[in-house]
Design a protein around this ligand. Structure first.
Ligand code: ATP
Ligand code: MG
Length: 411
């Protein structure tokens, strides 16, 4: 991608209405634009990060054996009346009337819709277990939308729903999802912790949250490493862990949540399957959410410095940025272009800053948008046949021979 043609507008000044550093940097680096309270547009650079996270989540979910589907964002109120959640959710639901005056909501979550699909599609225990997931836009009319995409009203979620013949099958899938979540958050490059959690409005018996550890987190977590115990403080009613160990406290940002729902939805919505003796049973359910768009902000909370964002390798919008110092010098621009083409054909994502800007502007912008590898093409380097490689995260600078560069990158 040539930066001279790329629709990227960055800002030097910290926006006054953004409290969290992630929100400030997302606005300053031109990743998102605010439309209205809790509503954001993902601009090209930001969307690349969001899609990278989606790709990791999708690959790991597919690997786990779950099936991807895509349910409607709009849901009829009648389904929510069946479970009693229309009133329970209350004003968090964005309600909509169609032209026939029928009532709908813009889905904040999809337990009712998936249970409706499964009660029509699945009739025998032989079709279980099964796990369906989607990556989709959700809407929650939050009382206090804040921190940018961290607590938005419209946001991207991965939600999965599994159905089981018995408890041991549900336990297996719950463990499998916990492993899948470990893989996902590790690949994304987050420092996270799995904690015991409250099941909230969704109902059910057992649940765990995944928290990205950050001082700015809205949740407080109590943990005891000796007992390998961690819980959201909402769950804790004493100052010690279950075996008496002392608790330490830290703050976290909830990026994922897994639940065992039991038979609440199948009972309330009349979902049953026939067992091997032809008797009707109510399948047990699990559900598993990941806040895809919140992860972008959570990652920045953990990975930034005073100059800007530092993207972890696997979610970075580009792997390399080439900075041509002095655009007036033909040798420099043509060498920069040649390196750009070579990296591109090696299959890595590369951006070239080919704009007619001062070096200081180019460096500041490259640091702000946080691309992991900066490659500086300069007169000094060309004279000795090298470029300068700067690692955005460690700040380590290294001269690399131009003829070894591409080999190194693709190797
Ligand atoms: P919270 O406690 O933060 O309000 P929640 O427990 O209501 O979240 P879940 O129903 O568990 O959320 O949704 C699954 C995931 O979706 C959450 O773990 C979170 O990462 C993400 N999420 C929830 N609400 C929002 C929001 N308003 N904006 C962005 N992401 C959200
Ligand atoms: Mg939750």
């Amino acid at each position: 991608m040539e930066l001279s043609k790329y629709p990227l507008k960055t800002y030097k000044d910290t926006p006054s209405d953004a409290e969290l550093v992630s929100h400030q940097l997302m606005l300053r680096a031109g990743l998102i634009k605010k439309l209205a309270s809790g509503l954001f547009t993902w601009m090209p650079l930001g969307l690349r990060v969001l899609r990278n996270i989606e790709d990791i989540v999708r690959a790991e979910m597919n690997q786990s054996g779950a099936f991807e589907i895509l349910m409607p964002a709009i849901q009829p109120s009648s389904l929510w009346e069946e479970t009693g959640r229309w009133d329970e959710y209350g004003n968090l639901l964005l309600k909509i009337h169609d032209r026939h005056d029928r009532l709908f909501c813009f889905g904040p979550t999809h337990e009712e819709v998936i249970t409706d699909i499964v009660r029509k599609e699945i009739t025998s225990y032989k079709q279980l277990p099964v796990n369906f997931y989607q990556i989709q836009t959700k809407f929650r009319d939050e009382i206090r939308p804040r921190f940018g995409v961290m607590r938005a009203r419209e946001f991207q979620m991965k939600d999965a729903y599994s159905f089981h013949f018995d408890q041991s099958s549900l336990d297996n899938e719950y463990d499998k999802m916990a492993n899948t979540y470990n893989n996902i958050f590790n690949r994304i490059g987050l420092n996270f912790r799995k904690v015991r959690a409250d099941s909230g409005e969704i109902g059910g018996s057992m649940s765990h949250e995944y928290h990205v550890l950050a001082d700015s987190g809205e949740d407080e977590i109590g943990y005891c490493d000796e007992e390998n115990y961690a819980a959201n403080v909402e769950m804790i009613d004493s100052k010690s862990a279950p075996n008496g160990g002392l608790l330490s406290f830290t703050r976290g940002i909830e990026v994922g949540h897994i639940f065992q729902l039991g038979d609440k939805y199948s009972k309330n919505m009349g979902l049953s399957v026939l067992d091997h003796e032809g008797q009707k049973i109510s399948p047990l359910m699990g559900c598993y959410g990941i806040g895809i768009s919140r992860i972008v902000a959570a990652s920045i909370e953990q990975n930034h410095d005073e100059k800007g964002i530092i993207w972890p390798e696997h979610i970075a919008p580009f792997d390399y940025i080439i900075i041509a110092l002095n655009n007036k010098n033909y040798d420099i621009t043509s060498k920069a272009k040649e390196i750009y083409e070579a990296i591109k054909s090696s299959g890595r994502e590369v951006m070239i800053d080919d704009r007619d800007e001062r070096a200081g502007v180019k460096f500041a912008e490259a640091d702000l948008i946080g691309i992991p590898n900066q490659i500086i093409v300069s007169k000094r380097g060309l004279d000795q046949g090298t470029i300068e490689h700067i690692n955005r995260s460690s700040g380590v600078k290294e001269d690399i021979a131009i003829n070894e560069l591409v080999e190194k990158i693709s190797g």
